[in-house]
Each structure stands twice: as structure tokens, then as C-alpha cells.
Design a protein around this ligand. Sequence first.
Ligand code: BG6
Length: 475
Amino acid sequence: PATTRTFPEGFLWGGATAANQVEGGYLDGGKRASIQDVMPQGIVGPPVSEPTDGPLNLKHDAIDFYHRYVEDIALFAELGFSVYRFSIAWSRIFPKGDEETPNEEGLAFYDRVLDELEKHGITPLVTISHYETPLHLAKTYDGWVDRAMIGFYERYARVLFERYGSRVKYWLTFNEINAVLHAPLMAGGIWTPKDELSAKDLYQAIHHELVASASVTRIAHEMDPELKVGCMVIAMPAYPLTPDPADVLKVQTFERSNYAFGDVHCRGEYPGYFLRTLREEGVDLEITDADRETLTHTVDFVSFSYYMSVCQSADPAKQIKGEGNIMGGVPNPTLPASEWGWQIDPIGLRKVLGDYWDRWNKPLFIVENGLGAKDQLVDDPGAPGGKTVHDDYRIDYLRDHLLQVREAIDDGVNLLGYTWWGPIDVVSASTAQLSKRYGFIYVDRDDSGSGTLARYRKKSFGYYQGVIASNGATL
Ligand code: BG6
């Protein structure tokens, strides 16, 4: 039979952003710096010591969502969003991270954001921690290496659930939690440089994050059983470069290094293959009985980002790291790539959906997918604001991926929704550029920080609007 034309009733359509990549106002309203404020080159260059040091950091002002959220949310409403994923900047709520009492001005900002979303009938999906650990926690505690972080994070999450729990039903604990293996500062707030970090400290930090994630899942459920808490992982399916069984085994090892995070979140304990890795690395993890009990509080759903797949080879000489592809791998000779070398693979998304559903049997949520590209803003007297971008490449990417999503749904996958990454141009996480644009909405700001910050609708804006309005029928 032909595939289902539309998506399931009530399917959530929308977009996703993170505070540090859109808000700006990095010291406004009592906020203090996060690790992002000392990462002017993302993860492709070293951090600086103080926010004012080194090259221009575009995240300090980002796209000024902090002052323009009313206008931006109105544009999301015009697109037809039924869901908007955003993160709360931890350092707006607890500016240093280890205070006893939260910063009221920070809390009030997100009240206002939620007011706007409610006005437009948009469901919020909130990431509690999206690559923006307060800088003080990174420098004073070495981030998640220190067990004390669990308590700070629990206090922060409890404040969020108390304040917003009646208005926000969907929560994500950590953005791309498996990224900590590869980018310890960005994902784990770990100040020790990666090449000086011991395996013991890295895995202890991972353990602390996993315990914290399970702990706030329990807290949310105790406070309100209606709250739905999900984990969030980078999905990067791997293919063997050749049919050599050694390459196939390499794929399994690579995929398990990612699956481990979902396995703990969904099954409530460490899988045997992960414990073996610890043994082989000589890591004697400190796991208390209380930790073990906490880990049994499993998530309600699994969310993930999907941008690309990768090949794996048993031959170490073939391994490379693409710009910003933090996991590395081997390029796939059959696939095209974005200008940043991220390989475009719509079928890989269908594979991920099937694999995750078969493995965990939890509802899934695609909370990031998108194409970073260089856009050309051109005059168009017919367009609102007189300018647009002819981004057919972005339309193609979106259509090709959603067609595969529909296939997976036809295969029986329970999928809650889809949020495109960066529906409005944002500052890139890996490279800290604005020229790596994902949006349906163009923001007039360039990599030197110049621009009016005006917003313009790209051609893809109308396309996505039509897809949402028809619940996928016009793909
Ligand atoms: C994910 C992150 O890794 O990918 C986002 O959760 C990020 O924060 C997105 O922006 C796209 O990556 P990049 O490096 O192109 O911004």
C-alpha cells in the first residue's frame, strides 16, 4: 500500500533553539557568563579566560532574542508552529550556579516567553541544560567532574519545575548528553583541557550527568506525574566502509558509544559493553548504591538530533574529523555533504527512527534536524521587508528528510514531533559563526558582528508553512 500521506493527528511541528545561540544579553537582568561566553570560536578554537578576552564572541549578543522574542515568536506562529523547543540559560536563573536562591529577573524573562507562546497556542519543549553551564561552575568545580554538580543541577531543575511546571509539560534534561565524550567543555562544563583530562575524570563526569538526569526525572514525576521528561542524544548512524567484518564490528563499537547513554536513560542501568569499556580504560567509577537506585528512574521519551551519518573503518589511517563533526569517522563515498562537510543522508534518519524504536520502545521526538548553509540575501520587492533568500537547497533537505520520517511512521514508530534546528538563523555551536545559517528566517548579522538584526522570510519559510498547515501532505 502507498505510504500515509499525512502525519499522525496531533503531531507536533516546530523549531528548536538554545539560549546561548539566540538570546544575547549575556549580562542582562542579573545573568552572568556561561562557558559559551568564553568560547568565541566554538569548539574549533581554544576557550579564552574571560568573556572580554580574545576574538569577538557573537554569542554575547547573538540574534538579540532576549529583546526581540515577541517578534520572533510571532514569526514562529506565522510558520504554524505547534511546538517550540528552547533552552533556559542556567546562568540567568542561577548566575554563578551554586547560589541558594534563584535570580527573579531571569525567571521573569521566561515567564514572558511562555506568555507569548501561550498567546499563539504553541506548546513549549524546554531543554534544562543546552551547552551553557555557568562559567563559575566550570572554573570552580571543573564542571561535571565534581559530584557537587548533581545538587546544583537538582536545585536548578526543581526551581524550573516549580515555576513553569503548570505551563511546560515536555522537558529535556541535557542537550546531546553523549557529546561530553568528545567535547567535554561544551557538553560537560569541564575546564580541564581535553588532552589533559583523565579517562577517570571524564567517565566520572558522564556518570554524574546520568545520575543528575535520572534524579530530575524522578523529581519531575514526584512533583507532577503529568510532566514528561526526555533524554536527548546525538544520533549519528554508522555504516561499515567495507563489508569486512572488522569494519562491521567497528560500527557496533561506535554505535554502542552512543547507545550507552540512551540505554542508561531507558533501561535504568549500565549495559555490559559500557562496563567493559571502563575496565579496558582502567577506570574504577565511583557509583554509590543511591546512584544505582536513582538511575532506575527512566525517561518518558527519547529525543535526538540528526544531521548526518558516518562510515566507520577498522583502519585507523582512514579516520578523520570533519569541521565540527565532533565524533569523527570516515566520509561516505556515496553521499553529498554540506559546505561544512556534514554528509547529507535522509535515509539515515529513517534508520535511526527504526533502530531507536526497536531498541527502547519509548516515544521518540526529533528535536533537531537541519542544514547549515551560506545564504545570499537578495532584493525581492514582493517579499515582506523587500528581501529574501532563494534557499531551494534547504527546502530539498527538509523535504527529503521528512519523507523518510513518514516512512518510519508507516513502519510503526511512535514519533511525537519534529523541531527543525534553528528556524531562525542562530550562532553556530561548533564554529560560533552566523554565516552557518539554518533558518527559514534570515537574520541580518554577519560574522564580524555587523548588521541591522532585521528578520527576513526565506523561500523555505513558505515551504515549511505549507508542510505544517497540511500536516505533511504537501511534502
Ligand atoms: C547540535 C547542537 O549539535 O547541533 C546545537 O545541539 C547546534 O546547539 C546544532 O547548533 C548544529 O550545529 P552547529 O555547530 O552547526 O551549530
